[in-house]
Write a protein that binds this ligand. Structure first.
Ligand SMILES: Cc1ncc(C[n+]2csc(CCOP(=O)(O)OP(=O)(O)O)c2C)c(N)n1
Ligand SMILES: [Mg+2]
Length: 574
């Protein structure tokens, strides 16, 4: 019998789960944990701020389909981790947070004056799926298994295990068997009931214009081929949530890209039946409600989700199916293939052709902005040129206010699961670390992060993390020297007529909306990354090419026209 610490037990459990990376900052209070990770060959990737560890874990989890693990140390480390956990839970990324806390004798409740202590579980339990503290060594493995069980049940999100320093580091002479994942949690996806699949096929075949609305559940299930097959069999247009963008490549005739917002409303109003897969129909899907969607009295819904709590939550469903998206869609495709003769595909084809025409003309209207070659540049160029220069399938991270809107409007999603943002939470600055998590998830490949100057200002220190870890994140910082999106909002609130006539108000007419300049290119160089500054749209492409050729992280300070930047396309919808 050898001696083992609680930290080592957890490290061994993560190893059994196939965890290869843990994101976090070291501290003596959980040396027993991370030194065991190190010993077991699990790589520790260390950012310079704990909230970034959470975002790196979340981005890594979403892109790889694996568990994203982050760690933080008691008190300040955990306090810094909180915003990241709030966001990752909201975005629905599968993140396990392991934290140290002070010894049980002095916390829960704090006996008064305990150093680096606060109610970590009390705080995190409000915005996670599950959060508990281990009270004694003999419960480490059992609570570790419970935490992992929660990680893989229902909608993905944040699960938190809090472990006292004494248990993390203290060694006990005892045999702790490490169970295999299938011994304590479901490892097989949820199978749909054949009766429900048949009923769904019957409804979809009989519908006049069925559409599919896909959320990020399709990404978590990796159900891209199955989705495409069902859409093609039905000849059904596919709309998505923002986070689900590209699950059907936007080059497909059946895709209704989110960039064409009014068209999304039109399609959702034309449909008499919606198959919702892996989406809650939350606020950014306009709750599935009229006038953005057809009224439920005229539009039936079939909803498929791995989480029973989501079914029928925001829109009444005719048929609710608890199932893995991939298995459901595969089974549905089989049933639909048998019903090909029963569908009025011609009527659907006519509709889809009309939608394609709208997309073509709307795209052409948007692309007019690309003919603007003024200096400093029109923000439209950035995502457009990135798409041309970065290799196909490069992960795009979008962060910032208007900057994210410009990126969304000028990027076409051609490969599923290649876009990251905080669509649900709109957290400025999260993209800095999401890009690093993406680079860890796709080693060797560059990651493109288009980010506002306000957003980049939250976490520029992580450029050094990229340098230290050899992560090829290329940041394009859109510098308008303002909190652009909010400034626009203010202008309309304060002087709407003048804003419409003059396009912009004077510097003293808005409230704290302007920012000074940070030379992000110089800042990058000071940390050992490649830096570029560009204002002329003709110079953008060579600057990105040089950044890519540098083979490491790079920051391109992009001067954009601050007034044009505020008038981002489709802004009224946000
Ligand atoms: C952490 C955080 N704080 C505040 C906000 C509110 N907010 C939304 S957009 C925005 C301005 C963003 O400025 P910038 O990143 O420069 O992007 P721009 O709109 O100028 O493109 C602010 C302050 C937010 N979303 N997140
Ligand atoms: Mg800005």
């Amino acid at each position: 019998m050898t001696e083992i610490s609680g930290g080592e037990v957890l490290a061994r459990m993560l190893q059994a789960e196939g965890v290869e990376k843990v994101f976090g900052i070291i501290d003596g209070t959980y040396f027993g944990f991370y030194s065991s990770l190190h010993k077991l060959g699990i790589e520790i990737v260390t950012p310079r701020h704990e909230t970034c560890a959470a975002h790196m874990a979340g981005a890594y989890a979403r892109l790889t389909g694996r568990l994203g693990v982050c760690m933080a140390s008691n008190g300040p480390g955990v306090a810094n981790l909180l915003p990241g956990l709030v966001v990752e839970n909201a975005e629905g990324n599968r993140v396990l947070a392991i934290t140290s806390c002070r010894r049980p004798q002095i916390v829960y409740p704090d006996r008064g004056g305990a150093y680096q202590a606060f109610d970590q579980v009390g705080a995190i339990s409000h915005f996670s799926k599950w959060s508990h503290s281990v009270v004694s060594f003999d419960r480490v493995a059992e609570l570790g298994r419970t935490a992992l069980r929660h990680c893989f049940e229902g909608r993905p999100g944040v699960v938190h295990l809090d472990v006292p320093e004494t248990i993390m580091n203290g060694k006990v002479k005892v045999d702790v068997p490490i169970w295999k994942p299938h011994q304590y949690r479901r490892t097989e996806p949820i199978v749909p009931s054949p009766r429900q699949v048949e009923r769904a096929a019957e409804m979809l075949a009989a519908a006049e214009l069925p559409i599919i609305h896909a959320g990020s559940g399709v990404i978590h299930a990796g159900a891209y081929d199955e989705l495409r097959r069902v859409a093609e069999l039905l000849h059904a247009p596919v709309t998505t949530s923002w986070a689900g963008r590209g699950v059907l490549p936007e080059t497909s005739d059946l895709a209704v890209p989110m960039a064409f917002i009014k068209l999304n409303h039109e399609v959702r109003n034309d449909a008499d039946l919606v198959l919702v897969v892996g989406s809650r129909l939350g606020e950014t899907d306009w709750w599935g409600k009229a006038p953005y969607w057809r009224h439920p009295s005229e539009q039936q819904m079939i909803q498929v989700d791995v989480d029973g709590h989501i079914l029928g939550a925001n829109k009444p469903a005719e048929l609710t199916v608890l199932s893995d998206a991939k298995l459901f869609l595969a089974a549905l495709a089989e049933r639909l293939a048998a019903r090909q003769g029963q569908m009025n595909l011609d009527a659907r084809r006519r509709k889809v052709a009309k939608y394609r025409e709208t997309i073509r003309s709307e795209r052409a209207k948007l692309d007019e902005k690309l003919t603007d070659m003024a200096v400093p540049m029109n923000s439209a160029h950035v995502a457009h040129v990135c798409q041309q220069v970065f290799p196909e399938g490069t992960v795009l991270v979008a962060d910032g206010g208007n900057t994210a809107v410009w990126a969304m409007m000028f990027h076409e999603m051609r490969v599923p699961n290649t876009i990251l943002s905080t669509f649900k939470f709109g957290m400025l600055g999260a993209g800095v670390a999401q890009a690093l998590g993406a680079a860890v998830a796709r080693p060797g490949h560059p990651v493109c992060c288009i980010i506002g100057d306000g957003a980049m200002g939250f976490h520029p220190q992580e450029i050094e993390t990229a340098v230290r870890n050899g992560l090829r994140a290329i940041y394009l910082v859109l510098c308008d020297k303002q909190w652009g999106m909010v400034k626009m909002n203010q202008q309309f609130a304060l002087k709407p007529i003048k804003t419409l006539i003059r396009k912009s108000l004077g510097p003293d007419e808005t409230i704290n909306a302007d920012l000074g300049e940070i030379r992000f290119d110089k800042l990058a160089e000071s940390m050992g990354a490649h830096g570029e500054r560009v204002a002329d749209p003709r110079e953008l492409r060579p600057a990105i090419e040089r950044a890519l050729a540098s083979d490491g992280p790079a920051v391109i300070h992009v001067d954009v026209d601050p007034v044009k930047h505020m008038w981002a396309p489709g802004l009224m919808h946000f």
